[in-house]
Design a protein around this ligand. Structure first.
Ligand code: AMP
Ligand code: MG
Length: 487
């Protein structure tokens, strides 16, 4: 069945130094794992065509759809604080852009499609496990309502790839508002290529911050916009218990979407120091450190934009500082408002916020499960919440205060249920289940558990009868202590 993708490519019209033009490298034995049908439809692509042999050929890199203009994008980035002047798409190829039914332009990118000029020592391939992980996690994030890149398809390549052992290869097809990263700006800034920084900024404004073009200082407005979206994004991550794991500047999207799901994880027990990534030895990217790191990354973006921000250094630095200063209050306001919503409090003064923060403290002291605590409160099920705490008395004290506080607002846990359930999920991609479904696929080519988990995660705020096991924290044997990039 012929595949028609309404490509309309703009990034590939930027100067040649922004990317390398090349085609994906064919694979010997492509097999479709799945196509994301609703996403395909929202992009104006016939899902049935994508599930046909022609679709499989495109997702495996064995054929190019009409209109695609494949490129690997250049970018740099600070990785764990150290600057790499040249990273770039080492195993990804942007096929092109489509304008969806909602009028929004999005990239369609293959990840794991073979070596590029940016591959350095890498093989340009992706392993099945990390492909399934990104599929699950990005779709879960979307269903939870967070800005995120999406999963359009996953295929097996019929090739084994060398990682710690030989593992099945796969290719992930990602959809993103764009793949412009903080590191894309850094790439040109590090070369002193101010013209390229300006072209990229103009492009980013047109694509992501069109209102900025109407202001007196469009580049300052661009920075303000990215600061605001990153502040909101990190607040949402914390409110849902998400740990990105590798918040390098090359993994920070200018669009404000969550991108590059590597060794990311959702927390079980609430702990601000929680780290899962096997390569994050110092806890740089720990759960509670994410706002600091987002600010640090935005500071790197501001540095890259300096030549555009003022007539001279002093003026530019003053603009950058002012812009960055908006991060902390914006983050705090979004985070605090979200926490109050999670406990169903409508007031917004200090006492209301303190009540929410005090719950977090009791949770931290008592190893309470983050997701289950808030969901139990949302079900007005005090007993279910109580048993999550080691010291039930400490929690009972908080509970009493909460009831009194709500009563003073003229409300109650029962009255609040609907609003609280809408922000406190039942289902998150718990790590141990993610690992179980990946294991089944990698070791036995059994994709049933993966499919079922995707179905569960598509309705995270609805109780799904018979699927209680997905709500449970891991048993001690099931606990996953580390997650790996698998790159
Ligand atoms: P990531 O850790 O996925 O954010 O990737 C960091 C950098 O390493 C990017 O430039 C990637 O393109 C590159 N990279 C990661 N894995 C591979 C691989 N298997 N082959 C080539 N490049 C890779
Ligand atoms: Mg990356």
């Amino acid at each position: 069945m012929p595949v028609r993708i309404p490509f309309d490519n703009t990034y590939a019209r930027l100067p040649e130094r922004f990317f390398a033009r090349l085609k994906p490298t064919p694979v010997p034995g492509p097999r479709l794992i799945r196509v994301n049908r609703p996403l395909a439809e929202s992009l104006g692509i016939d899902p049935a065509s994508l599930e046909s042999a022609e679709g499989l050929a495109i997702f495996s890199g064995n054929a190019l759809a009409d209109g695609s203009g494949p490129i690997a994008q250049a970018y740099a980035g600070h990785q764990f604080g150290g600057f790499s002047p040249q990273l770039g798409d080492g195993r990804a190829i942007l096929l092109g852009e489509v304008v969806g039914r909602d009028g929004i332009r999005r990239d369609i990118q293959l990840k794991g499609s073979g070596p590029t000029p940016f591959s350095r020592r890498g093989d340009g391939r992706a392993a099945l496990g990390p492909v399934l992980r990104e599929y699950l996690l990005s779709e879960a994030m979307a269903a939870l309502g967070l800005p995120t890149t999406r999963a359009l398809a996953a295929v097996m390549t019929g090739e084994m790839v060398p990682r710690e052992t030989m593992v099945p290869g796969a290719i992930f097809t990602r959809v993103a508002a764009s793949h412009i990263r903080v590191g894309t700006f850094q790439y040109f800034a590090a070369q002193g290529d101010v013209e390229a920084v300006r072209l990229l900024a103009d492009y980013a404004i047109a694509r992501h911050y069109p209102q900025a073009a109407e202001t007196a200082q469009p580049y300052r407005a661009l920075l303000d916009g990215v600061v605001a979206r990153q502040a909101d994004l990190v607040a949402q991550w914390l409110l849902i218990g998400f740990i990105h794991g590798v918040m390098n500047t090359d993994n920070t999207a200018i669009s404000g979407e969550t991108i590059d799901f590597g060794p990311c994880a959702f927390m079980d027990a609430y702990d601000t120091r929680a780290v899962f990534s096997s390569i994050d030895y110092q806890g740089r990217y720990a759960y509670g450190n994410q706002p600091n790191i987002a600010f640090w990354n935005l500071s790197r973006l501001a540095e890259a934009l300096l030549p555009l921000l003022g007539e001279n250094d002093d003026a530019a630095i003053a603009e950058a500082k002012e812009s960055l200063a908006a991060f902390a209050p914006r983050f705090q306001a979004a985070y605090d408002a979200g926490l109050r919503r999670k406990i169903g409090v409508v007031g917004n003064d200090e006492a209301d916020t303190a009540l929410a923060h005090d719950l977090l403290r009791v949770m931290a002291d008592n190893g309470a499960d983050f997701t289950l605590t808030f969901r139990s409160l949302s079900e007005a099920d005090d007993e279910a919440a109580r048993v999550l705490f080691k010291d039930t008395a400490a929690f009972a004290g908080w509970m009493e205060r909460w009831h009194r506080h709500l009563a003073a607002e003229g409300s109650s846990p029962i009255a609040n249920r609907a609003a609280m359930r809408a922000v406190n999920p039942v289902y998150i991609p718990r790590n141990h289940i993610v690992e179980q479904v990946i294991q089944a696929a990698v070791s036995a080519e059994d994709f049933g558990p993966f499919e079922e988990f995707l179905e569960v995660l598509a309705q995270p705020y609805e109780q799904q009868p018979g699927r209680e096991r997905y709500t449970l924290p891991p048993t001690p044997e099931e606990r996953v202590l580390q997650t790996f990039c698998g790159t």
